[in-house]
Write a protein that binds this ligand. Structure first.
Ligand SMILES: *Cc1c(COP(=O)(O)O)cnc(C)c1O
Length: 401
């Protein structure tokens, strides 16, 4: 009898008791809107912003309604207008091109390498086609940020970072989200902190910060922010910046503040799980691991591997057999967008030139979540099942050739 995994790939940890208590308190006093404050009260949202700014080392921070809203707001703030082209990753999730499209702008997809990071040669070749790059650190894989910033600086391209999968990660000691002009994070349930929905934005640029606060719906109450530039920074901007409401509320911030205090430990726990799966799969014939560079301090909240050049039917069969043994793999090579997986060629509102090297990587790319509710033994078992099934499938499709 072959072993079967019984864990749940979508079950996150509960909210810490401290966060539950803070949320109950906010509900008891009823001041849920971020600007609804008692005399002398800072409010949970303003405190969260201050604490997250300190966590990333940024001067300014703004909490918003979602990660998608964070990206759209950053794009608006750097001046993206309808019809503009914005460079972005071909390998990412739908909210990223969606944020670009929400402004009436047009994504230009940049390819992905076998390291699952943005193809810097392709980026260099396309850098003269747009003024802005919305860079997605998809699934926590961080490109060589030194080279990436050199390419973008030389071409006059402003970088906005999508750090939905890199909250708590760093490249050469610099926190993810702190290389470009603006860093955007999500606090949606499947990310590194969980408030159901939510987003955070960081920047060191006072004018961008002031604009984003006004966009988010500050009703001219920006003086109630703490991780914000001084009121003078808003003098001119308040007349010309439309209100596109997307604030975070005190209830979500109350849940997030204790999670932020525990974030370092949770990131380490994710990466410990990642390493167990990686060791369990190392040396499996036909399966390529994505080797992590020494410069990258990553958070292993999900795991990817490649079955390069496998026939599509063999991968589909493997996914089905792993599913029967309780291991949920997402396949980026599937023709139809399904679950959270979709590809640049699924976003038909943003047509692309063909990218064969990228297509080859996506065709062989498998992905799974590693929730913290998995024990290290769970992770070892998941790896054993995948390894056994990959071995069986590789023998099968070699025999068929
Ligand atoms: C989740 C996610 C976002 C944004 O998330 P929201 O659901 O809008 O909070 C952005 N980029 C990537 C890669 C994501 O996975």
């Amino acid at each position: 009898m072959s072993e079967r995994f019984t864990g749940n790939f979508t079950q996150q940890e509960p909210i810490p008791e401290e966060g539950i208590a803070a949320a109950v308190e906010a509900m008891r006093h009823g001041r849920l809107h971020r600007y609804n404050l008692a005399p002398g009260e800072a409010g949970e949202v303003a405190l969260l912003e201050e604490e997250f700014a300190a966590f990333t080392g940024a001067r300014y921070c703004l909490a918003v309604a979602s990660g998608g809203y964070a990206m759209a707001t950053a794009l608006r703030a750097v001046g993206v207008r309808p019809g503009d082209a914005v460079l972005s990753n071909a390998f990412t999730l739908a909210p990223v091109p969606g944020a670009i499209a929400s402004l009436g702008a047009r994504p230009i997809h940049v390819g992905v390498t076998e390291a699952l990071t943005i193809d810097l040669d392709d980026l260099a070749a396309k850098a003269d086609r747009a003024r802005v790059l919305l860079l997605s650190h998809m699934r926590g894989h961080i490109a060589d940020m030194d080279r990436l910033m050199a390419i973008c600086d030389a071409a006059g391209v402003t970088v906005i970072e999508d750090c939905a999968h890199t909250m708590g990660a760093a490249w050469r000691g610099v926190p993810s989200g702190r290389h470009g002009a603006v860093g955007c994070y999500s606090t949606q349930t499947y990310k590194h902190m969980n408030s159901g929905e939510g987003g955070l934005i960081v920047t060191d640029d006072a004018e961008l910060a002031a604009r984003m606060i006004l966009f988010s719906g500050s009703y001219m109450l920006y003086a109630r922010h703490r991780a914000a530039p001084p009121p003078e920074a808003f003098d001119r901007l308040k007349w010309e910046t439309p209100n596109v409401s997307g604030r975070m509320d005190n209830l979500r911030a109350a849940i997030l503040r204790p999670q932020l205090r525990g974030l370092r430990a949770r990131c380490a726990a994710w990466t410990e799980r990642y390493r167990v799966v990686e060791e369990g799969l190392r040396g499996t014939p036909g399966l390529s691991l994505v080797e992590r560079p020494a410069e990258e301090a990553f958070v292993g909240s999900s795991f990817q591997f490649l079955l390069l050049d496998w026939p599509a039917e063999a991968i589909a069969g493997l996914v089905a057999r792993c599913a029967r043994r309780g291991v949920e793999l997402k396949w980026f090579g599937e023709a139809e967008p399904r679950g959270f997986t979709s590809r640049y060629d699924s976003w038909r509102y943003a047509p692309s030139e063909p990218m064969p090297a990228t297509d080859r990587v996506l065709a062989g790319l498998l992905d799974m979540r590693l929730p913290l509710t998995f024990s290290l033994e769970d992770c070892a078992q998941v790896a054993r099942i995948i390894r056994a099934e990959v071995q069986a499938a590789a023998q099968g499709h070699q025999a068929a050739e």
